[in-house]
Design a protein. Structure first.
Length: 1095
């Protein structure tokens, strides 16, 4: 009888809204395939083609989230369609959902319909004792003794309650007592979902189908649903008023969907109910599946075939990509991954107890071990290198200590305080859902947050009372932001939630055109410049066309790796990858070949180019500890936390010390100069002591620096506007605070500088175009004009200074060929190899030589002098020398910042702010004498003045907008630092900018961006506006503040050059921040790993 009902339901002959008993379904083969697909989805999406079709089973799975309200216990409503599922309810027969969770009872036991489509059979529990399901999944069913059954997840601690009579889900609680109640009428109709944090969802049903969900507090309909005559879900309507449309066959299987902007995808099934074909609008992501016993083949839209092998339990045991490279998997009886072997034979193994991960063994044999408590929370981790970390929790499972911080909670599990290792406490006040509404820092300053009915931040009030306001769409996308000064920006989206327009504070639009499946097809900037993007049928970027019609093209191998790219100038780079998908070879546009080799863990160990070999070695946690090339050997000594305590390059050592919070408090350079930093309880600098001088820092409650006391009677005072933009700098000297130098800044509403009033240099007014580029600068003894083409390149420039490259500019593609009296020649890789400047009576020529890693290795100056440049294994320039040996300059690095320069018996030492972007002081040692100078920087961090401790200005920067020199130095004292990350080379007039060389005369780099278009849309260009933008590494420009603070509110970037591939190059392997060096962790080391501890 029950089997007959199930059969009718599968054939679509059961009445809409009818319930099908679960017990026969648990045993059905189709449901077994669906359960395998659902479990695979929970493990990750790697075994799904196009995130839709489960390869071993052919099951189509579509997962959607309808409601997601934040809190200590989030309120999240999800739906999952499985093409083999027939026991759905509130959203149709083939949809499992959070609201459809239920128990059904018969003589054999109890069946659970879970939210993800899994059907689990339990034996009948007895009072006082829980039972696991028959398949061994680590859930526990018990009788609660109050007319309720409970299902407990031992890992999350969540308990789901079911009514004993109806089996309907009644509530969910966490270990802290936070609760979500699901309320029904007496006849089982769903009416309301109530959260203890104050959220209330009103649910409207019709014929036992959910037709509407509303958030009561907002008075807002979140979603509406429509159904066909069978009761299958056919429409999901959000705040756009437009439907996502779904279609099914007579068996309830999803055959197509069409999104709210018209993109569609369709599926076809074989007689066994397996998906055999899928195709999207315009042929996007088209695929054909072929099934054999234990094997599924998928042929994509480009004709490339991948193979998926599975065992009798429908678990993937091997995947073979389109190039024939195979990855193998092994599982335990609970479907937990035991081993993964990549195409190169490297195996990572995992060990478990009944519930938790116990150990990860890497291919090199190193083991990470974990210990868990009775709540299945990790309490101890012994890492691959033997270091040990411990964690402590309260009885409800809240983390209370992690070795560096302690945490306090209220009775609901809401975080109330965080205390660091030095005893400094940050206090948090929360709303009923556990979301912060006020945070008080260790010094008593409070930031307040207002939230809407959805729990989203609508206002942030800083400790000074300045308010930033936000609005949101119903779906939770940022709609506007208004700064305290009144400037605002807005975002608009299409019906699918894709960003389509951004209005800046001046109301000027940046528009984004979106194609099927959310791919960006074009961007139009406020000045009308338009970028176009083409994609292949696998939705990968295949071409980018700039406003001049120049096209950058990408080609991929059958496995999806980038195989080649041809840039705007016709330069071709080709790439080859090993079976594990790692870059193995790169050939640049000049035909120079680089090869890359890796260790068993996938870490780069050798880089070889034109006979030049660079090697890398790591500790057991994958952090760089040694590197060598023909020019230098680098050694890094680390403490147990991985921080670099000694960096030795070329025999010169920089040492560092840290406090208990990991802040660097001390540094000693090779010349013996020591510096000591002190911080306040809010991590802001208090003082810097170096070379016998002490600089004191003061900040306002909002954390902005307000004063820098450089010495007795010498103060640099800083003033800020309501939007935290620097308004004024004043250098005050003497007991009466005499104004020795000062600057005030004027801004346009979008944050670009429109004027600077310099006490010594006079007032300068800047004219800007629609996108913020400077077109003119007018001031005392200063007149500059710049003309740009539609792509943003400078085509004409004029400024006061020695004649040279001022005047019209001609380009071939993106590369400047002539500028004023100067002309430029390039090699096939787009690097300048000759710069010739024609003077009235003669010409001067510089010639440049490059290696395969884009290092400038040699220069011949106009007088015939030959210079050679040397680099360490991290691509930092460590020396420059004349080939005749008459002059040499050595450089010492501290991470990515320049620490020392040594030349002719003189050593110059720089100290930087803790973020490494702004220099604080310059010390010059010659013989037994030394001179200390404080550095005053401009908005972006470029040195503007040097001042000694007596208050004397000993040097002032004299440069054009783009950095070209416009006059002689004021004294014999010099500061070679220029724009952030730049060092001026007097022999060439170029600025070394870490990974590239910048020519301030033409505002362009001598080589193309190593990151390609992923680094920005001007491959040779510098930044949009050097008054407010910077590029400290010569890779990617960013506006102030840079690096920008992490956007806690999820504000979208605009315009997003999203989805662009980057030709993998050696520098991309290295991440350097805060003095740390290391490689990105490999996938093998990252997963699976407990979510509470980041590997």
């Amino acid at each position: 009888m029950l089997g007959d009902a199930l059969d009718k339901y599968r054939q679509g002959r059961a009445e809409p809204g009818g319930r099908v008993p679960l017990r026969p379904a648990v045993r059905a083969e189709g449901t077994r395939a669906g359960a395998a697909a659902s479990r695979a989805w929970r493990r990750g999406r790697q075994f799904f083609h196009n995130d839709l079709v489960h390869l071993p089973t052919g099951v189509v799975l579509l997962a959607q989230t309808d409601v997601d309200l934040p809190g200590v216990l989030p309120l999240r409503l999800e739906r999952t369609h499985l093409s083999t599922y027939r026991t759905g309810g509130w959203f149709g027969r083939s949809w499992a959902s959070t609201l459809d969770q239920r128990l059904e009872f018969d003589d054999e036991g109890v069946c659970l319909a879970a939210a993800d489509g899994t059907l689990l059979a339990f034996p009948h529990p007895v009072p006082g004792r829980s039972v696991p399901p028959d398949d061994g999944t680590r859930l526990a069913l018990a009788m609660a003794g109050d007319g309720m059954y409970t299902v407990t997840d031992p890992y999350t601690g969540l308990i789901t309650y079911f009514a004993q009579g109806t089996g309907l889900m009644a509530a969910v609680t966490d270990r802290n007592g936070n609760r979500i109640d699901v309320r029904h009428t007496a006849d089982g109709l769903l009416t309301e979902i109530a959260h203890s944090g104050g959220y209330h969802l009103d649910v409207e049903t019709h014929q036992r189908r959910v037709v509407q969900i509303r958030l009561r507090e907002a008075g807002q309909t979140l979603l509406s649903y429509g159904y066909d005559r069978r009761g299958d879900l056919t429409e999901v309507i959000d705040s756009s008023g437009l439907p996502l449309r779904l279609a099914y066959d007579e068996h309830g299987r999803l055959t197509s969907w069409q999104d709210r902007i018209g993109a569609w995808y369709a599926c076809a099934y074989d007689p066994e109910g397996r998906c055999v074909q899928g195709t999207g609008a315009g042929g996007a992501r088209a695929v054909e599946f072929a099934y054999e016993p234990g094997l599924t083949r998928a042929r994509d839209s480009l004709g490339h075939t991948t193979s998926c092998h599975h065992d009798d339990l429908l678990r993937v045991v091997a995947e073979t990509d389109s190039l024939g490279h195979t990855t193998r998997y092994r599982w335990d009886r609970f479907d937990r991954l035991l081993a993964r072997t990549d195409p190169l034979g490297r195996t990572t193994r995992y060990a478990y107890d009944a519930v938790n991960l116990l150990a990860v063994t890497r291919p090199d044999g190193a083991i990470r071990r974990l210990t868990h408590d009775d709540l299945n929370l990790p309490v101890a981790v012994t890492d691959f290198d033997g270091t040990h970390r411990t964690f402590a929790y309260d009885r409800r499972g809240n983390l209370i200590a992690d070795g560096t911080h302690t945490y306090s909670y209220d009775e609901r599990g809401h975080l109330t305080a965080v205390t660091d290792a030095l005893g400094h406490t940050r206090r948090i006040r929360t709303n009923p859902a556990g979301l912060a509404v006020a945070v008080t820092d260790p010094m008593g300053a409070t930031t307040r947050y207002a939230r809407d009915a959805f729990g989203r931040v609508t206002a942030v009030v800083d400790p000074l009372g300045h308010t930033t306001r936000f609005t949101w769409t119903v779906e939770g996308r940022p709609a506007s932001r208004t700064l305290p000064g009144g400037a605002g920006e807005r975002w608009a989206y299409d019906a699918e939630g894709n960003l389509v327009e951004h209005l800046d504070p001046l109301g000027r639009p940046t528009r984004v055109e979106v194609g099927p499946f959310g791919v960006v097809t074009a961007q139009t900037l406020p000045d009308g410049a338009r970028l176009r993007f083409a994609h292949d049928t696998e939705l990968r970027v295949s071409a980018v066309t700039d406003p001049h019609g120049l096209t950058w093209r990408y080609r991929y191998d059958p496995a999806g790796n980038l195989a080649s790219e041809t840039d705007f100038d016709g330069r071709v780079l080709t790439y080859a990858h090993d079976p594990a998908g790692r870059l193995a070879e790169r050939v640049n546009g000049a035909g120079q070949r680089s090869t890359f080799h890796y260790d068993v863990l996938g870490r780069l160990t050798e880089r070889r180019a034109a006979g030049r070999v660079t090697t890398y070695a790591y500790d057991l946690l994958g952090r760089l500890v040694h590197a060598a090339n023909p020019d230098a050997e680098l050694r890094l000594v680390r403490d147990r936390e991985g921080r670099v305590v000694a960096e030795t390059c070329g025999g010169r050592t920089v040492t560092s010390t840290y406090d208990a919070l990991g802040r660097r408090t001390g540094r000693r350079t090779p010349s013996g100069v020591e510096s000591v930093w002190r911080f306040d309880p809010c991590d802001r600098p208090l003082s810097l002591g170096t070379a016998g001088a002490t600089i004191h820092f003061a900040h306002d409650p909002a954390g902005r620096e307000t004063a820098r006391r450089i010495g007795p009677g010498l103060v640099l005072a800083l003033e800020w506007d309501r939007d935290s933009r620097l308004r004024a700098q004043s250098l005050l000297t003497g007991a009466r605070a005499r104004l020795a130098q000062g600057r005030t800044y004027d801004y346009r509403q979008d944050g670009h500088v429109t004027g600077v009033h310099d006490l010594l240099g006079g007032r300068c007014r800047y004219e800007l175009d629609a996108v913020g580029r400077v077109t003119a600068a007018h001031g005392v003894d200063r007149s500059e004009t710049y003309v740009y083409d539609t792509a943003g390149h400078i085509v004409d420039a004029a400024w006061a200074g020695p004649p040279g490259v001022q005047g019209p500019r001609g380009r071939t593609g993106t590369a400047v060929r002539f500028a004023g009296r100067g002309r430029y020649e390039y090699d096939r890789h787009g690097r300048v190899i000759l710069h010739q400047r024609q003077d009235p009576s003669s010409s001067r020529t510089w010639r440049y030589t490059w290696d395969a890693d884009d290092h400038l290795t040699g220069v011949v100056t106009p007088d015939g002098t030959r210079w050679r440049y040397l680099y360490d294994p991290l691509d930092r320039r460590i020396a420059k020398e004349r080939e005749d040996g008459t002059e040499r300059v050595d450089f010492v690095w501290d991470g990515s910042t320049l620490a020392e320069e040594r030349r002719d018996g003189r050593t110059t030492v720089w100290e930087w702010e803790p973020d490494g972007l702004r220099p604080v002081s310059q010390l010059v040692r010659a013989g037994r004498g030394e001179r200390f100078y404080a550095i005053v920087t401009d908005l972006v961090g470029a040195p503007a003045e040097l001042v000694d401790t007596a208050g004397n200005l000993v040097w002032r920067a004299r440069r054009s907008l783009w950095g070209a020199p416009v006059g002689p130095a004021t004294t014999g004292v010099d500061c070679p630092l220029r724009f952030p990350g730049q060092y001026a080379d007097e022999e060439t007039g170029l600025h070394y900018n870490r990974f590239r060389y910048y020519d301030p005369g033409i505002a362009q780099y001598l080589s193309s961006d190593p990151l390609g278009l992923a680094g920005g849309r001007w491959p040779h260009g510098y930044v949009l506006n050097p008054l407010t933008w910077l590029d400290p590494l010569g890779l990617t420009a960013c506006p102030l503040p840079c690096p920008p603070p992490c956007p806690p509110l999820g504000l979208p970037p605009c315009p997003p050059l999203a989805g662009l591939p980057s030709g993998t190059h050696s520098l991309a392997y290295f991440a350097e921040r805060g003095g740390k060096f290391g490689l990105r962790p490999s996938d093998d080391e990252r997963a699976p790993f407990p979510a509470r501890i980041k590997p």
